[in-house]
Design a protein around this ligand. Structure first.
Ligand SMILES: NC(=O)c1ccc[n+]([C@@H]2O[C@H](COP(=O)([O-])OP(=O)(O)OC[C@H]3O[C@@H](n4cnc5c(N)ncnc54)[C@H](OP(=O)(O)O)[C@@H]3O)[C@@H](O)[C@H]2O)c1
Length: 313
């Protein structure tokens, strides 16, 4: 049995990883789920689902914002495979320092086989200093830089995520007009803005599983994956193309509407960055190095048909 520790295990990303590991590895996996509250409904539901799939799950209490060396050592105890996600909007400007501490502690683990870090690129750098307000991108990119500095002796991969497909439902982006047209409303980005999409539920967990499995083989991870940050994104599409795919599958009329902003300067800057610079433009997605090691990629068409099963518009 191998020990998999997941930070952010009760969230969208961590849950995708925990459930995929449980589903594919069953009793071969001991999952240590890091949470601030092991008694919460989300924690208990995760435990029930993972154990029903035959894997072992231990809920480990750890609050990143109250982190001490002893608490961190306890959180990481026995870890062989590590998935790290931190919530930028919960940790704010402390995210970089806190997650660099986690990386430092992980690097010192005696049995660590692979560290996966869920990350984003530096929008300020890519935009040549035009968009300096996309703090959560920068916070995570600084942790990548730290990994490059201190992680030369361990195996790690940065998983750069795209625009979550789950945003469509989670943020209620589709609404119905009085005439029955379905409107996809989103801020600042236009119908021509193309972003790479990550369908977390279907994509992130399986990418983590494949990377963990490959890292455990004799040949290990290939050079174009090891100690690199690379996009885990199934497809790139403009918002106009997404709306067209909904129309194609439903036969209904859809339209895309650009809203002025969300009233959140950081998110508005992020969407200006997407509009003007795209995301991971130096990559063709799905990324070939991940495809080569067997990471499957869902498509826009699959996402839309899956979404339509669970939602009215
Ligand atoms: N939406 C997008 O399109 C998009 C795209 C790329 C990247 N992202 C990034 O995704 C991240 C959020 O990931 P997610 O969607 O998986 O999050 P989520 O579903 O909102 O869950 C947040 C997770 O963080 C944990 N957490 C929060 N504060 C914590 C603390 N102080 N100590 C320990 N754990 C803590 C929560 O655990 P407990 O509540 O159980 O403690 C929970 O598991 C953000 O940083 C965002 O920048 C989002």
């Amino acid at each position: 049995m191998s020990v998999y520790t997941i930070f952010g295990a009760t969230g969208l990303q961590g849950k995708s990883v925990a459930l995929t590991l449980a589903e594919h590895l069953g009793p071969k996996a001991h999952i240590r789920a890091i949470t601030r509250d092991p008694t919460s409904t989300r924690s208990q539901q995760l435990k029930d689902t993972v154990t029903s799939l035959g894997a072992q799950l231990t809920l480990v209490k750890h609050d990143l914002s109250q982190q001490t060396t002893a608490a961190l050592e306890n959180a990481l105890q026995g870890t062989e495979y590590l998935f790290l996600n931190s919530d930028s909007f919960a940790l704010r400007e402390e995210e970089t320092r806190i997650m660099q501490e986690v990386v430092d502690a992980a690097v010192a683990l005696p049995n660590l086989r692979l560290l996966l870090w869920s990350t984003l690129p530096d929008a300020s750098k890519i935009s040549g200093g035009k968009y300096t307000g996309v703090k959560h991108f920068q916070q995570k990119a600084r942790v990548d830089e730290h990994l490059h500095r201190v992680g030369q002796k361990i195996a790690w991969v940065g998983l750069q995520l795209g625009w979550f497909a789950e945003n469509v439902g989670d943020y209620h982006l589709l609404t119905e007009d009085a005439d029955g047209t379905v409107a996809f409303k989103y801020a600042i980005a236009t119908a021509e803005t193309a972003v790479p999409w990550t369908w977390i539920t279907k994509e992130l967990g399986v990418a983590a599983l494949k990377l963990f499995e490959k890292s455990a083989t004799v040949e290990g991870l290939p050079e174009d994956v090891l100690r690199k940050s690379l996009p885990v994104c199934g497809w790139r599409a403009t918002f106009g193309e997404v709306v067209a795919e909904f129309e194609r599958q439903t036969g209904r009329k859809y339209r895309y509407e650009t809203l002025g902003g969300w009233g959140n300067p950081e998110l508005d800057d992020m969407n200006r960055f997407f509009r003007d610079f795209g995301l991971y433009e130096d990559w063709t997605v799905p990324a070939e190095p991940l495809r080569k090691i067997g990471v499957p990629s869902p498509t826009l068409s699959e996402f839309v048909s899956d979404y339509l099963v669970g939602h009215k518009v």
